[in-house]
Design a protein around this ligand. Structure first.
Ligand SMILES: [Zn+2]
Length: 147
């Protein structure tokens, strides 16, 4: 709620009118224009009319060549961004291939493990067979000698 500049009382009514003005920036170090939206209030006590700034929008004045340079820089940045996402995609593809290769390698090593186990088993069976033959020979020998 704005206060009346004359009597200081708060004005609760709606503004009598609103309007916009364009002024050169008055702030130090600020260039460009400021669009000010003003509202005129009327004091309900002393009837003084006074404007109140309700909104301000700053517009920077930028030379055309600067705008052009900024746009070019934006394009370059966008290109870099695209290149970056492309290489990211490639990286993801490479990772997939690596995963597949790793899985194949794991399977290969598993096969090798199984083959080793099989060879061990075969050796064991061979050993058992030899033992059996030996035992049979011993048995037949003792049978023969007992006759
Ligand atoms: Zn007043």
């Amino acid at each position: 709620m704005p206060a009346c500049p004359k009597c200081g009382s708060r004005v609760s009514s709606t503004p009598t009118r609103t309007f916009s003005i364009l002024v050169e920036s008055e702030r130090a170090g600020e260039s460009g224009f400021t669009a000010k939206k003003l509202a005129t209030y009327q004091c309900t006590k002393c009837n003084t009319k006074f404007p109140v700034a309700v909104d301000r929008q700053h517009y920077l004045v930028v030379p055309a060549d600067v705008i052009k340079r900024m746009q070019n820089e934006m394009r370059v940045l966008q290109m870099h961004n695209e290149m970056f996402s492309d290489s990211l995609k490639e990286l993801a593809r490479g990772q997939q291939e690596l995963k597949a290769a790793l899985k194949a390698a794991t399977e290969e090593s598993e096969i090798r493990d199984l083959e080793n186990k099989l060879r061990g088993l075969e050796r064991h069976v061979e050993h058992l067979r030899r033992d059996k033959i030996e035992l049979e020979q011993k048995l037949s020998g003792s049978l023969a000698s007992s006759r």
